[in-house]
Write a protein that binds this ligand. Structure first.
Ligand code: HEC
Ligand code: HEC
Length: 235
């Protein structure tokens, strides 16, 4: 009796201590603040993931660990806390996941669910294939709609060359799809890219938004949040 009690006590202590074990913290790798930063440098794991063939069905299973934040349809949250991921280019998904795993894009909230300790290399490729196969949810957060003429002017002058006429990005060049992305998420990203705290940013884009005011950022992000995808480009 006493022995059984001690065994169960020690078992619960083991359970308790593992429940309280601190999850591995995100590593910190050099990013845009370092002089030899190369925006498109690939870790060996990233190069491997980009070559792998992702399995959509397996990706759906592995994505279960992500949907608490990014939601089952991968539409994220309108308040912009969690980005919309459905229909994003596989290359972009892999690069962003890899940057979080390596510590070039700081995301301590997501790391415990997306680090190498929980998601393996093949699973990242599978999740990317799965997310890319999902239709754009089409109910993203939009801005106030009050400065769209200027938003369009800025977009056409400064952004269209990379993000595309319909916000379709460029898979080959790792330029993200911004069509259907949440307004408030985009505002936050443009600010962090401008200010250097999104450490995996593209220096050519940083240059473009360097002198953007908060109202410029709001106007262009609002315009981007309202773009329509031409029917033929829909997945
Ligand atoms: C605890 C919440 C949480 C979980 C779970 C989570 N993420 Fe995230 N994820 C975030 C946050 C927050 C951001 C935005 C970070 C920022 O603002 O820079 C993000 C951003 C991303 C991005 C970048 C998107 C872009 O447009 O640049 C990708 C890709 C991503 N997550 C994929 C995943 C995958 C795949 C999983 C599961 C393996 C996952 N996330 C699990 C919170 C989470
Ligand atoms: C020279 C190409 C280029 C130009 C010009 C450019 N961008 Fe980007 N943009 C990128 C790349 C590449 C990324 C992703 C960077 C990374 O890998 O983290 C990005 C990321 C973003 C994101 C975050 C997307 C996400 O899913 O997290 C937003 C929003 C954005 N750009 C808006 C803009 C706006 C607005 C402009 C014009 C004022 C602009 N960009 C100009 C290349 C460009």
């Amino acid at each position: 009796m006493k022995k059984a009690f001690l065994i169960s006590l020690s078992l619960s202590l083991v359970a308790l201590s593992s429940a309280h074990a601190t999850p591995p913290t995100q590593p910190k790798a050099p990013g845009i603040e370092s002089p030899d930063y190369a925006w498109d440098e690939q870790s060996s794991e990233e190069a491997q993931m980009l070559k792998m063939k992702g399995d959509v069905a397996q990706g759906k299973i592995a994505y279960q660990g992500c949907q608490g934040c990014h939601k089952p349809d991968a539409s994220g949250l309108p308040d912009g806390t969690y980005p919309q991921l459905a229909g994003q280019h596989t290359t972009v998904l892999i690069k962003q996941m890899s940057d979080v795993r390596e510590g070039r894009r700081d995301n301590p909230k997501m790391f415990p669910f997306a680090g190498k300790h929980v998601v393996d290399t093949q699973e990242v490729a599978d999740i990317a294939a799965y997310l890319n196969s999902l239709p754009l949810p089409g109910h993203n957060d939009k801005g106030p709609g009050s400065d769209l003429v200027r938003g369009k002017m800025l977009y056409e002058r400064d952004c269209v060359s990379c993000h595309g006429e319909h916000g379709e990005g460029n898979a080959e060049k790792f330029y993200p799809v911004t069509n259907g992305q949440h307004y408030r998420y985009m505002v936050r990203q443009i600010v962090t890219i401008r200010d250097g705290s999104r450490r995996n940013a593209y220096p050519k884009m940083v240059k473009v938004v360097k002198n953007y005011s908060v109202s410029d950022i709001g106007a262009v992000a609002d315009y981007m949040s309202r773009m329509e995808l031409p029917a033929k480009a829909e997945k």
